[in-house]
Design a protein. Sequence first.
Length: 218
Amino acid sequence: MKKSLSLFIFLCLFGVASAQNRPAFWQEIQDFKTENEANPPQKNPILLVGSSSFTMWKDVAAYFPDKTIINRGFGGSSLYDLNFYSEEILKPYAPKQIIIYCGENDFAADATLRPDQVFNRFKHFYAKIRKQHPKIPVDYISIKLSPSRENLWPQFIATNALIKKFMERKPNAEYIDITKAMNGADGKTRRDLFLEDMLHMKPEGYEIWKKVMNPYLK
């Protein structure tokens, strides 16, 4: 009895320790796997990968009713995380197009990062996409200028410029600029497009994204 109790306690402690040692977003990735098993992904979708601006766009399919969209955004993720989980978020799918929104959280997690460092993370992820999908269209949505992160705007703007230049030189690649469309008459980001956290968007913000993105969707 004592041995059984000791073994039970050991297994419980081992399970807690294992959970604590799991990398960030491990559970979100497991949830994607579970969803894929329950509902095998359709062929030739538009695959969305990135951070919470995609995660919270839960009704994205309603904005593009004539498209097949698979949303694999996981909230809080950075380009570092997309690289870390590249196999899990790319390999299970056979998309006709991939759209990326990511980069904000890299700087939010480490404000000392330089734009060229985050740009290099993007290039690394882009190379991983091209290894699996050499010819499909790949699009990058510019980092939005969230009011709550105004202190990081210079890094966002500089990183956007680097990625824009990179994408313009690549075949089957597009840079989608949503920053200008989110500005008001005064040329500044419209705060009314955001929730109270001034980071995530209201449906009105996503309506703007829809209008800007529509011409690029395959």
